[in-house]
Design a binder for this molecule. Structure first.
Ligand code: NAD
Length: 388
């Protein structure tokens, strides 16, 4: 073979990537963890690049497991495992209600996203996802950006939400629109009109989702009360809309129509429930209830709750559309996200009829769909994006 040809062969990016993947997979260690109720849970390590990750697949009855990759410095391995398990299960329910034809999964990489996230670590994680052969599809999550997913994509096609033309990009605005529609649904249920004109909405967290939500609520005529631990962000939005602000540890005590948790989970708990002065809770945060029974306590206090895994499915709906045969279509996504409103109204009805919490009503609906494979995927997902 001439040296020119040889050079061409060596530089072929596809072959280089395949060789890299092969090398990467050789140094990966997979440890199967047996967890009751979960289809597959693996601990993945690669000492060479300092990777310790967990991939938790809860249920694939309706389709391959889809869920983000969280990169976080956990206090210990058990805390990371608990987070991965809880989030994976939540994704099963979220997908079942949103009827996207996916199952539930989630992964965590135990690392400080500010100091320990390297391309080598992300690529090793990608090689692990590839090894699961499509049983799990990953996306961005806390500590993991769209740009990071692009790096993971070098090793595996089983990703969604890339900042590419052929992908769906940032899910934040779609999650925000679904949350906005969810806020309209609680207001409709409470006041028989979904107008937000003059309604007081207290928002906890003005991040990727909360920031978009603030804009939408302002233009719909709502009175805003804001809190964020990031004082710069808080000042920005307060100034933009002349909105009231409160300290982060006061936001759930504000008298308002709707409290919208858009930051961390666990905000509905024994301590906060007696302190709520809202009529409804509707926000995008995952795992808002510290424990399932807190939904019952909310019901007893007469506070209407929009179940988190229903109201915050906008991002999931959006990424799921990029895996359709026809490719990503934001208009179709918008249409589906818009209807989160109707799904929530139906859930409030069911809860009232069954005299149960809205959370329980949503869980039962999801369980029913999983049991009878309602909405099961028939056409395998199509990955339209490339590794570039
Ligand atoms: P983000 O990290 O961009 O924003 C979170 C914001 O909350 C930040 O501005 C942060 O400073 C603030 N914050 C943190 N702790 C706070 C506290 N105690 N009080 C007040 N503010 C606090 O995250 P995001 O993407 O906007 O997601 C917000 C929530 O929604 C998370 O629970 C996430 O899991 C969930 N969620 C997000 C999406 C999505 O599309 N991004 C989809 C579904 C669910």
């Amino acid at each position: 073979m001439s040296s020119q040809l040889l050079e061409k062969k060596v530089q072929d990016p596809k072959k280089q990537l395949a060789a890299l993947l092969h090398e990467s997979q050789k140094s990966l260690q997979f440890e199967k963890l047996i967890v009751k109720g979960y289809e597959k849970v693996v601990k993945v390590t690669d000492k060479k690049v300092g990777l310790t990750a967990i991939i938790a697949i809860h249920n694939t009855m309706l389709g391959p497991a889809l869920g983000g990759t969280r990169i976080r410095k956990y206090p210990n391995f058990d805390a990371a495992l608990e987070d991965a398990l809880r989030l994976a299960k939540g994704m099963t329910y979220k997908s079942a209600i949103a009827e996207v034809g996916f199952g539930g999964g989630k992964s965590v990489i135990i690392a400080d996203p500010k100091t320990e996230k390297t391309p080598e670590l992300l690529m090793a994680f990608g090689a692990a996802v590839e090894k699961l052969g499509g049983m799990y599809i990953c996306a961005e999550d806390m500590g993991c950006t769209g740009e990071d997913v692009k790096v993971i994509r070098r090793m595996t096609k089983y990703v969604v939400g890339l900042p590419h033309q052929s992908s769906s990009g940032d899910p934040g605005p779609f999650t925000a629109w679904g949350t906005f529609r969810g806020i309209q649904s609680v207001v409709k249920r409470l006041y028989n009109s979904d107008s937000l004109e003059g309604k007081k909405v207290a928002i906890q967290g003005l991040g990727n989702v909360g920031g978009f939500l603030v804009d939408q609520l302002f233009w719909a005529g709502a009175d805003l009360i804001l809190a964020d631990t990031d004082t710069e962000k808080l000042r920005y939005f307060a100034k933009k809309y002349r909105a009231k602000t409160v300290d982060p540890d006061q936001i759930w005590k504000v008298e308002c129509d709707v409290f919208a948790p858009c930051a961390a989970g666990g905000i509905i708990n024994d301590q906060t429930i007696p302190e709520f002065k809202c009529k409804a809770i509707a926000g995008c945060a995952n795992n808002q209830l510290l424990k399932d029974h807190h939904a019952v306590m909310l019901k007893e206090r007469g506070i209407l709750y929009a179940p988190d895994f229903v109201i915050n499915a906008g991002g999931l709906l959006n990424v799921s559309i990029e895996l359709e045969d026809e490719g990503y279509n934001p208009k179709l996504s918008r249409y589906k996200v818009h209807h989160i409103y109707d799904t929530l109204l139906a859930i409030y009805e069911i809860a009232e009829k069954n005299r149960e919490s809205t959370h329980q009503a949503a869980l039962s609906l999801a369980d029913y769909r999983i049991k009878y494979a309602i909405g099961k995927r028939v056409i395998p997902p199509t990955f339209h994006h490339s590794a570039e």
